[in-house]
Design a protein around this ligand. Structure first.
Ligand code: FAD
Length: 395
């Protein structure tokens, strides 16, 4: 078995683990990532590519604002393209009740420094020319955007490696050895990474890693299905578009192709799975359906060229767990959790990497992360969470 010494050992090479590794190298720390598959090839490379601030749960807004600041210069920093564009984000209202909800969301977000506007009629049509007529309006955030998931995640990983991080692929962590209730590192079948700090960045699989050291981590998987069309000659919309009900996500790329998500179908209990199998209808017959087609009837003519599923990592309040594993459950010393981004981690990954590095190196992150503590799920009495859950703001 090969042995590598490090300051920090990271389990999971998704956008979160890779971003931490890159930031750690910027602070000259020895860092090793063990990834059981390929860099960024799970949710981090399979997601919808949305880099958005609006609609996030309110405690996440400061993080999302800082994340978007980072995305602005990320290509230059990485020396590689991530496909990031500031193409804006639209939340479509379908009823007066939706518009009311969007206006309230806007007001709450403005108090935290996020600007957006309500658009209607001609202004809305200019942003989304193929939109069905007759919608009452939308909420538009011009500073939101999108990127290309796999390209961006691999770019972050490559930049981390270039900066001196060791990222080993096809290395599944099978043990997190302890000594005197402290972590000693991580172990795959071939490699022992000796380190005083272990970061669990295993996404939806973080609970299994937690189990290895007796730490309960409430994260459950939720499968989401996406599809991509061939380049389509008609302009559908410039911004990334979702409905206020979160029943669809549509983003047209610069070459005309359209990336679509079906949203979280609340009645599909089959989505709580680690399986990425995509069934019915068969791939060749796949067509945009439901809300996407209702909002953009022109999509009936697109040719679907790819369909895939990815596994989201959801916590009970749909916010990440970031911090040392709680002492309340006698967690071992040195075990840090950075997982459960609940479908928001592509946008937040780079900034989470920076803040977690500040925490581990300086002892404190520059943005308060206490809302994301592991502790919040471990109260022996009283409510499990302190955050009001607003599913309409979490997709
Ligand atoms: C379909 C879909 C659409 C989404 N849309 C968006 C969006 O538009 N915007 C947005 O911000 N977010 C979106 N998300 C969420 C986003 O993709 C995730 O929040 C983010 O990728 C989480 O990153 P991660 O690094 O924590 O996890 P992951 O990318 O899941 O990475 C975890 C890694 O850990 C590895 N691993 C697990 N166990 C072990 C082990 N024992 N040993 C070694 N390695 C291990 C896995 O192989 C994996 O590579 C979407 C997700 C999906 C699935």
């Amino acid at each position: 078995m090969r042995k590598i010494e490090a300051d920090v050992a990271i389990i999971g090479g998704g956008i979160v683990g890779l971003s931490i590794a890159r930031e750690m190298r910027k602070r000259n720390r020895k860092v090793v990532v063990l990834e059981r598959g390929g860099m960024g090839e799970e949710a981090s490379g399979l997601n919808g590519g949305g880099v958005r601030q609006q609609g996030r749960l309110l405690p996440e807004i400061p993080l999302a604002l800082a994340a978007v600041e980072m995305w602005k210069t990320l290509d230059t920093e990485l020396g590689r393209p991530t496909g990031y564009r500031r193409n804006g984000h639209l939340y479509l209202g379908e009823s007066d009740a939706d518009m009311d909800k969007l206006a309230k969301m806007r007001e709450a977000e403005m108090k935290l420094g996020l600007e957006s506007e309500i658009v209607e009629g001609k202004a809305l049509k200019e942003l989304a020319p193929a939109l069905v007529d007759g919608l009452p309006g939308a909420k538009y955030c011009a500073t939101d955007g999108s990127a290309i998931p796999l390209q961006a995640s691999k770019a972050i990983g490559a930049a981390a490696v270039e900066a001196g991080a060791i990222v080993l692929e096809n290395e599944e962590v099978v043990a997190v050895p302890l000594s005197n209730h402290k972590v000693c590192g991580i172990m795959s079948r071939n490699t022992f990474v000796e380190a005083p700090v272990v970061v669990n960045a295993a996404g939806p699989w973080a609970p299994f890693v937690g189990e290895k050291v007796g730490v309960y981590i409430p994260i459950y998987p939720s499968r989401s299905i996406m599809m991509m069309s061939a380049p389509f000659p008609i302009k559908v919309a410039d911004p990334f578009v979702q409905t206020a009900s979160m029943a669809m996500a549509v983003c047209q790329l610069p070459d005309g192709s359209v990336r679509m998500g079906a949203g979280a179908a609340a009645n599909d209990i089959g989505r709580f799975t680690y399986s990425k199998e995509v069934r019915n209808p068969p791939f060749e017959q796949a067509k945009p359906r439901g809300k996407a087609l209702e909002m953009f009837p022109v999509l009936k003519d697109v040719k679907i060229v790819r369909r895939w599923a990815g596994i989201r990592e959801c916590t009970p309040d749909m916010m990440p767990i970031i911090g040392w594993a709680s002492e309340k459950v006698e967690s071992p010393e040195g075990f840090f959790i950075a997982a459960g981004f609940s479908g928001h981690g592509f946008c937040l990954g780079p900034v989470a990497g920076r803040l977690i590095t500040e925490w581990l190196v300086d002892g404190k992150p520059s943005i308060d992360l206490s809302a994301f503590s592991h502790d919040r799920f471990l109260r022996p009495q009283g409510p499990l969470t302190v955050v009001e859950v607003r599913p309409e703001q979490t997709g």
